[in-house]
Ligand binder design. Sequence first.
Ligand SMILES: [Ca+2]
Length: 267
Amino acid sequence: MFTIYSFAFCYWYKGCAPEAQYKKPDSEHLSITTAAVSRPLLPPKERTMEKLLPGVLLLVFLSEGMTHSDLGGKAFIFPEESNTAYVSLIPRLKKPLKNFTLCLKAFTDLSRSYSLFSYSTKSRDNELLLFVSKVGEYMLHVGNAAVTFKAPPSPYAPVHLCASWESASGIAELWVDGNPVGRKGLQKGYYVKQEASIILGQEQDSFGGSFDAKQSFVGEIWDVSLWDRVVPLRDMCASCYSGNVLSWQALTYKDKGYVVVKPTLWA
Ligand SMILES: [Ca+2]
């Protein structure tokens, strides 16, 4: 329903071509509003519509039970194992990803496998998946292919993970708590498709569903960010969570089942 409303609005507004929705950012803090400001001057009536656009889109989101919020200093808590609790994330821009950088922080005491970030498309359930296969083993999936990185576990502390991938070389890089744990190659020349269901808390085996409680996340996740480019991970700071695709400081999401938002226990 949201998609129908959005497209209807786009056609009426005549301004939703990809190049009109989004300009390449000069900084990490681009928003729809600032993108609109960078466009050429338009007649007064259309300028008014430009100002209204984010608000109208926001209302459409909210009417569908979604929340738009600055979650800085807060975390999603998944308090118990289930195949029903999850959070759907709505990206700030929709585009195929020839490169990406994904960062998040998490705390869990699970010793089984679990999903940290599940981005599925209708053709590939593991289009972009960050998965822990067992304690200290991180799997990054791109287009249903996967590489594994091993990192010593630290069970009594949260983990800060950042993964990047570039299509041109296929090189994926993972950093754990500010330390590199290697580079591996997968899916050279591929690009991550844009029509995605992005879910925290569950691992999708089909678009938006087919969850397995034994792969669910139990614990806390926060500071989730996704960029459409390779951000040098050596320079990634602990408080860098304003991705241009997903930003923790301007997150649109919908939670289902037993999920609680609370201030983070860790910085
Ligand atoms: Ca899957």
